[in-house]
Design a protein around this ligand. Structure first.
Ligand code: FES
Length: 111
């Protein structure tokens, strides 16, 4: 499946927040800035659906606010000791002052 890049937000959305929400293609996402890098992921925690927009991020790990599992934002893998599916993460790119997301999930593309 080929890439499908969609505009997500302006980078100024991160001026006061580290995690920004977006609806793209009718689906809920979170967009995250961690130091100089950006990430995109599904908004609902794959464990019990907690709102990950209420989580916190440090060192490229997103911590769920409900049970404190954490996810590696580079591949979505969950912290040791948990046995539920990985968080779906999406490729991002910046174009000027805009953040774009590839809505085709990596695994869906066979990567
Ligand atoms: S709902 Fe996120 S770790 Fe349980």
């Amino acid at each position: 499946m080929s890439a499908r890049w969609v505009y997500a937000c302006g980078l100024d959305a991160f001026d006061k927040r580290q995690i920004v929400t977006a609806i793209m293609d009718g689906r809920q996402f979170i967009l995250i800035q961690d130091q100089a890098r950006f990430y995109a992921a599904e908004r609902a925690c794959p464990h019990e659906g907690a709102d990950l927009a209420l989580g916190r991020c440090s060192h490229a790990r997103l911590h769920c606010p409900r049970h404190q599992a954490s996810f590696d934002l580079t591949d979505g893998s969950v912290s040791p000791g948990w046995s539920f599916p990985a968080l779906r993460v999406f490729d991002v790119r910046t174009i000027g002052a805009e953040l774009w997301v590839n809505l085709n999930h990596r695994e869906d593309r066979g990567n």
